[in-house]
Design a protein around this ligand. Structure first.
Ligand code: HEC
Ligand code: HEC
Length: 383
């Protein structure tokens, strides 16, 4: 069930069910809980002593070079990359602004290391810097600026030449490796993808000191980028993002994005980094990896005018789903919905009608067959 099916208890229901009376009887005065979070926010419940956000940013800007060294060195504190970028920026704000900044424990970002406590999800360097951006920019600016940071992170070579040069000149406070490190493009905001790409291209083991120093230098690169954007925004009062996604993303999203026929993808990551460059009709992908544990044959007759028959073969008994789609990806009919089929040959007919029983228009249609072994598709022509 989707969350929208879960009924929220409104304030009225709350009164009706007598929960208030129960609370009253126990003498617990939980007035705040009578509001939904949205209502509480509108009414300012619990907000009286909340610090005003976004926090102030120094009009003269921050010193990116100082923040770079701090972020690099903070990485080696053992608190992780995400903490390091957040601390790199916030420590400079602490120095110049004091006040509220003194009260922010930057350790709030320690969870972000290794893409989230080692999960390899969002790279902690951009995660920590994005948190700092959101601390000082309202959503209308924070969103494009964070998006820019992620895009820049995917499309540039890291660690940067500037970061390497400082190490060679022993310019960092913590110096575990004072040589050049090879540069790779991340292609992804994911820690796992970025780290494994780099390790493969540079032939460095993931646990090696060089890999850690690569992440430390990237902490510096990321805070420099974030501070350049913040300084620019606070100096001019406007922010314009420049990131352009790979052209292939637009092709994929023309069908899979919010305005497309499939309407099943909301993502800005480089599609090709995981799915390859196979544009529709998709020939590769999962299909190629499936061992011949099930197979399908071209339907007959094809092209067809009245009814066509699909044959498929299973190596083992399987739950099978068979659906028919139109060329623009609209589901026309479900012929089998997670139905058990025995091992061996099977046939299934389609009468050229929709789920409601209407005859479909002439044109190209697809069978999709899904089993636990994967998915296969077949196209056919209705006359
Ligand atoms: C012209 C429209 C169109 C375009 C462009 C398109 N797709 Fe699709 N895609 C579809 C339709 C329709 C389906 C569902 C039917 C199917 O499985 O073939 C689908 C299915 C998929 C699936 C799931 C099925 C599978 O093969 O595993 C993935 C993943 C996918 N698309 C990724 C992409 C990516 C990545 C791109 C860009 C490189 C892309 N699509 C471009 C229409 C499109
Ligand atoms: C980090 C890797 C990654 C990136 C980048 C990525 N995807 Fe995916 N995508 C996946 C995985 C993993 C699944 C789940 C596939 C599965 O369960 O078989 C998926 C699922 C999908 C599906 C549904 C597949 C289905 O079986 O119906 C579509 C469509 C799709 N992705 C399109 C896109 C498009 C378009 C983009 C670019 C905007 C994109 N993906 C970027 C990894 C990725």
């Amino acid at each position: 069930m989707k969350t929208k099916d879960i009924k929220k208890i409104s304030r009225v229901d709350f009164f009706k069910t007598g929960a208030l009376i129960t609370l009253g009887a126990t003498g617990i005065g939980m007035v705040g809980s009578l509001f939904t979070p949205e209502e509480a926010n509108a009414q300012g419940v619990g907000n009286e002593s909340k610090t005003t956000w976004p926090l102030a940013y120094p009009s003269a800007g921050l010193n990116a070079a100082t923040a770079r060294i701090r972020a690099h060195d903070a990485y080696w504190s053992g608190k992780g990359c995400s903490y390091a970028t957040f601390e790199g920026i916030v420590s400079c704000l602490r120095d110049t602004m004091g006040g509220t900044y003194n009260d922010i424990p930057t350790e709030i970002l320690i969870y972000g290391h290794g893409g989230g406590s080692g999960w390899g999800a969002t790279c902690g360097t951009i995660n920590g810097a994005a948190a700092a951006i959101s601390l000082v920019c309202a959503k209308a600016v924070s969103d494009p600026m964070v998006s820019e940071l992620y895009g820049w992170f995917t499309q540039n070579l890291f660690p940067s030449t500037a970061a390497n040069t400082i190490a060679i000149n022993n310019g960092y406070g913590v110096n575990t490796y004072n040589m050049n490190l090879g540069q790779s493009m991340n292609h992804s905001p994911l820690c796992h993808v970025a780290v494994s790409n780099w390790c493969n291209e540079q032939s460095v083991a993931v646990g090696a000191n060089e890999r850690k120093e690569r992440c430390a230098r990237m902490c510096g690169d990321v805070v420099v980028k974030a501070i350049e954007m913040l300084n620019g925004y606070y100096a001019s009062g406007t922010y314009t993002a420049t990131y352009v996604a790979p052209a292939l993303n637009a092709t994929c999203l023309s069908c899979h994005g919010t305005a497309g026929s499939q309407h099943d993808v909301a993502a800005n990551m480089e599609c090709e980094s995981c799915h390859g460059a196979d544009v529709y009709p998709h020939s590769t992908g999962k299909n190629e990896n499936i061992k011949e544990e099930f197979s399908i044959e071209q339907n007959y007759p094809n092209p067809f005018s009245e009814t066509t028959t699909l044959r498929f073969q299973l190596e083992n008994p399987e739950a099978v789903t068979i659906e028919i789609y139109s060329l623009n990806g609209i589901k026309i009919k479900t012929l089998a919905n997670d139905e058990m089929f025995s091992a061996g040959h099977h046939t299934i007919n389609w009468d050229g009608c929709t789920q409601k029983g209407d005859k479909v228009a002439p044109g190209m249609y697809f069978f999709n067959i899904v089993t636990s072994k994967g998915k296969k598709s077949l196209n056919m022509m209705k006359l």
